[in-house]
Write a protein that binds this ligand. Structure first.
Ligand code: FAD
Length: 495
């Protein structure tokens, strides 16, 4: 661990005040000059306003400080920049689109940010192999678009897809709305190119679906949040392009019906359910109240809703009929109370808008405490019911805003301040409320971080819930790859 890191508190909510004085000024100045020579002086950002977008954390939970933001354009430049930082004992924070929700991309004082945005080439599309090779800085939506132009489909899809980068998606093992059918980011990658903490480049860019030749190294870097190396390129899996994707918005008769409805939908569609999202009544009401163009498409209010899509890769594959049949029989059997099926692409988009609007609507409503957790799909109703009752016993008028990818067992169990409580007063209770939720989820064999990762935000939970054996294995891997502890210091692994 470099001496410069002792200046900030592990897991604190502020990444620390500048401690440039604690560094040898000459050494830092030499490093920044060398980085400027490497990537071009204007690609080493040191001025406050220009650095701000790289330091801001979107929820305002952490404040970043950095020596400089370096913007290399090639893998070789990334490797050489890493070597320079290593020789100067300066910590490195890889950063993609900075949309992460756990503070993993927030730099601490005395560290250098390496922004990947200029590594943004699509290197190759091989439609016959159903693969695309992209550089880490490609925006997710552009990868989707490039696949589409070649008649293929890249299924990773999430609310930040217009600004997050594929390197960040892989580093966080992002999930999103299509995991049920296509898997997480980890399931969508075949090969990686990675700059290691010593500046060596691992060239693992193969498009092989079978490759049993020892340890699967790519899995080390996926989900490592930049603590083991910098992903510079990836070979991603593509799929046949969807030809039809009828979408339904469903009012459930009660929460427990969601699991049975999902099982029926999977059977009825030939396992072609691409999304199965849950929304509570509170979430829908927030979206309708705060976001223009959002309205409840059903005649009455329900406590729980599901938004689901069946995806067929052949026009006329009968997906709409299958969806209608599944919902019709669910209605007859009392699992659901009402449903509407989209008749056009525009109507599908309007239904999806209800789901996507929740994040923005929550922010407009006021203070909230967020939890991205998972349990087995079969246990989702029990988890939600138990957690709602337990948080109510801690703070009676707290307003749960529960939604998420129920098809993956992933629930965003968020809490809004009681209507009569000041936001700041509510946030003082955040730790107490979060503890109840994490305890409940772990008690049920679930995960305290389903898809957003650990970063700085969940270091305490890592320490609390991961077994000593798991932590020892992770630390052993970190030590082996990054003995100087310079790659995204202080993230993921608790001290
Ligand atoms: P950043 O935020 O820049 O970085 C995230 C982490 O990855 C950091 O630890 C960083 O150091 C590391 N990193 C970045 N690039 C690299 C690289 N090339 N090599 C090594 N390490 C790297 N997430 C989901 O999983 N599912 C969702 O449905 C979802 N919805 C979201 C909706 C909204 C509106 C927002 C704002 C975020 C959402 N997220 C979601 C979270 C976020 O978008 C994802 O975590 C995304 O994958 C982060 O990508 P990024 O490029 O912004 O990474």
């Amino acid at each position: 661990m470099p001496a410069i890191l002792s200046a900030w508190a592990w897991g604190s909510s502020d990444a620390g005040e500048p401690v440039t004085a604690g560094l040898q000024a000459q050494r830092v100045s030499t490093l920044l000059d060398q980085l400027g020579e490497l990537v071009g002086g204007d690609r080493v950002i040191r001025e406050g306003a220009a650095m701000a977008p790289y330091l801001e954390e979107r929820r305002g939970l952490f404040t970043g400080h950095t020596l400089a933001v370096v913007l290399p354009a090639t893998t070789d430049e990334v490797a050489r920049a890493v070597r320079l930082c290593r020789d100067a004992d300066v910590g490195i924070v890889p950063q993609g689109g900075n949309t992460g929700l756990c503070g993993g991309g927030v730099p601490h004082a005395g560290e250098v940010v390496i922004g990947l945005g200029r590594l943004n080439r699509i290197r190759e599309i091989d439609p016959d192999n159903f693969t695309i090779t992209v550089e880490a800085g490609c925006i997710l939506a552009e990868v989707q678009r490039a696949a589409h132009e070649h008649g293929r489909f890249f299924p990773l899809s999430l609310g930040a897809e217009g600004s997050c980068q594929i390197g960040g998606n892989l580093a966080t093992n992002a999930g999103g709305i299509n995991v049920l059918r296509y898997g997480n980011a980890r399931d969508l990658v075949l090969g990686l190119e990675v700059v290691l903490p010593d500046g060596d480049v691992w060239e693992g860019l193969n498009g092989l679906r079978k490759n049993n030749t020892g340890y699967d190294l790519k899995d080390l870097f996926v989900g490592a949040e930049g603590t083991l190396g910098i992903i510079t390129a990836a070979v991603l899996k593509l799929f046949p392009a969807p030809a039809e994707s009828p979408t339904a918005f469903v009012g459930l008769s009660d929460l427990s019906a969601a699991v049975e409805l999902l099982a029926r939908a999977r059977g009825a569609s030939g396992d072609a359910v691409s999304s199965f999202e849950l929304l509570s009544r509170t979430c829908l009401e927030l979206a309708v109240r705060h976001i223009p163009a959002c309205r409840n498409p059903l005649a009455a209010d329900h406590d729980w809703y599901v938004l689901t899509a069946f995806t067929g890769t052949r026009a006329g594959s009968g997906m709409r009929d299958a969806l209608e049949d599944a919902l019709g029989s669910a209605l007859e059997d009392g699992l659901i109370s009402d449903a509407v099926i989209s008749e056009s692409e525009a109507q599908s988009r309007a239904l999806w808008r209800l789901r996507e609007a929740i994040v923005e609507a929550q922010a407009l409503e006021g203070a909230s405490v967020k939890h991205d957790v998972s349990v087995k799909v079969s246990q989702v109703p029990a988890f939600i019911t138990t957690a709602i009752s337990r948080v109510a016993s801690v703070l009676p008028d707290v307003r749960p805003c529960v939604f998420g990818h129920i098809g993956d067992g992933n629930i965003h169990f968020n809490l809004l301040a009681p209507s009569a409580m000041q936001g700041e007063v509510f946030l003082e209770r955040a730790g107490e409320l979060s503890r109840v939720i994490y305890d409940t989820v772990v008690e049920m064999g679930g995960s305290f971080s389903a898809e957003h990762g650990i970063g700085l935000l969940k270091l305490a939970e890592m320490a609390r819930f991961k077994s000593p054996v798991e932590l020892r294995l992770m630390r052993t891997i970190k030590q082996a790859l990054d003995p100087k502890g310079l790659m995204n210091p202080g993230k993921v692994l608790p001290q």
